[in-house]
Design a protein around this ligand. Structure first.
Ligand SMILES: Nc1ncnc2c1ncn2[C@@H]1O[C@H](COP(=O)(O)OP(=O)(O)O)[C@@H](O)[C@H]1O
Ligand SMILES: [Mg+2]
Length: 421
């Protein structure tokens, strides 16, 4: 069926943003500068600003007559939501199930990297504990350590870095024998540990071209100094001064363009975001992983570095048209996540949230937020992010941290070193 592409010049575009997190709130915030935005379901804070379709329902989405549907999270994409909506004539930003396997299966993703010549850590994939252990023990002799990765979607808990035989044995035993991650570890990838700095590059991909967004740096660990367990992300920054000139072009040429070409050769359509997780080792980019949607909390930062043209770019990608360039802004952004005490482990919910006066240049993007008695209450591990812009990274950081003082709830927890080094 041909795409319904009803947007005409002069008419205000109507966009539905699917999802409830901080990423989706930030997307809605940016898109609303150029379009009418509806969220489904959104969170209690984003629903104060945007109309909501209520709980996500495919039939309601199809009958809503939106010019564009932007799918935020990976799970529905892996599950084929974009295919189903497209089959009913809806213009969707987000890949179908086949393309989403780049995120849904690390084993598939590694195979695609090998076939397209994308540089990544030396690795092998296993389904049995004994051969995995034998390979891992031999590989441990060759380098500094290993990353053991559950192939399936393990909600950010599927990667264990190992430096000793005991750590390796525990990681493999947990995933493959005790099966603590369930079917997510039916296949396990073992790879050499890389060393360097990480960056997140998000690239809009359409049928004809790609357009990369401003690079962001993500802070994944729970505690200052990159200690503690991995989380969904505790903060991000984006600035034109980082990373050094040339890195973007290098990552696009080495890790992004070859994968897009491989998808095309394999006949896998991809209209959405290709998120490349990169480790820069000795000036050379390695692909850690691909995701198939915008990063959270990278989005809370990159949207604030965009000027005009984001809505038109997403619409063009979704419609199969050439993606036009997007204006970018030369200031710095720092986003700091306020989490519930205990996250990413167990935490309590339902604590009232107060948001006071915010410094200039600050936006608040809600995530795990619910409503009670007309007020806002905590309803998740990552509660919200404050995002500040300023001419320099140091100023944006100072503003963001000043803003964290204007937000209060019981158990408020944050990293104090986002964008500090
Ligand atoms: N080969 C590797 N060498 C060093 N660190 C790694 C390696 N692979 C993953 N990591 C670390 O683990 C984190 C999570 O790995 P990733 O592949 O991005 O999985 P996911 O995001 O699905 O949990 C990365 O951001 C990185 O910090
Ligand atoms: Mg990752």
């Amino acid at each position: 069926m041909p795409l319904r592409y009803s947007h005409h010049n002069g008419e205000r575009m109507r966009i539905l943003v699917v999802g409830s997190g901080g990423r989706e709130h930030a997307l809605a915030w940016k898109l609303s500068q150029e379009a009418e935005v509806v969220v489904s379901p959104g969170n209690a804070l984003s629903r104060r600003v945007f109309a909501s379709l209520g709980p996500f329902n495919e039939e309601v989405v199809v009958s809503g007559g939106f010019d564009l549907v932007v799918v935020g999270p990976e799970d529905p994409l892996i599950d084929g939501l974009a295919d189903r909506l497209r089959a009913q004539g809806v213009a969707v930003f987000g890949p179908g199930a086949a393309g989403a396997q780049l995120e849904g299966s690390k084993a598939f993703s590694k195979e695609m990297m090998a076939r397209s010549g994308v540089r990544t850590a030396a690795h092998r994939t296993f389904t049995e504990f004994e051969p995995a252990l034998a390979y891992g023990l031999a590989q441990l002799e060759q380098g500094e350590g290993l990353a053991v990765k559950a192939s399936g979607n393990a909600l950010g808990k599927g990667v264990i870095l190992c430096r000793t035989p005991d750590e390796l044995q525990d990681a493999l035993h947990g995933m493959m024998v005790e099966r603590v991650l369930g079917t997510a570890a039916d296949e396990v990838v073992i790879e050499q540990m890389l060393r360097g700095y990480e960056l997140s590059l998000m690239t809009l991909v359409g049928d004809h071209n790609m357009v990369s967004l401003p690079i962001a740096r993500d802070y994944k660990r729970a505690l200052d100094g990159d200690r503690g367990p991995n989380t969904g992300g505790m903060g991000t920054f984006s600035t034109p001064d980082w990373p050094e000139a040339g890195v973007l072009g290098q990552v696009e040429a080495d890790l992004v363009a070859p994968m897009i070409a491989q998808l095309q050769r394999d006949g896998i359509p991809f209209r959405g975001t290709l998120f490349t997780g990169v480790m820069m080792q000795d000036g050379v980019p390695y692909c850690l992983e691909y995701n198939v949607r915008f990063g959270d909390p990278e989005t809370q930062s990159f949207v604030r570095r965009l000027g005009k043209g984001f809505a038109a770019a997403l619409l063009a990608a979704a419609a199969g048209d050439p993606i036009p360039p997007i204006e970018t802004l030369d200031h710095a952004v720092v986003s700091v996540v306020l989490a519930s005490e205990g996250y990413p482990g167990a935490y309590s919910k339902g604590h009232p949230i107060q948001i006071g006066d915010l410094p200039e240049g600050v936006e608040v993007f809600g995530a795990g937020i619910g409503a009670r008695d007309g007020g806002l209450v905590t309803n998740g591990g990552r509660v919200l992010a404050v995002s500040a812009v300023a001419p320099t990274l140091a100023d944006a950081r100072a503003r963001a941290y000043a803003a964290t003082e204007s937000v209060d709830f019981e158990g408020k927890t944050l990293r104090t070193d986002i964008a500090a080094n």
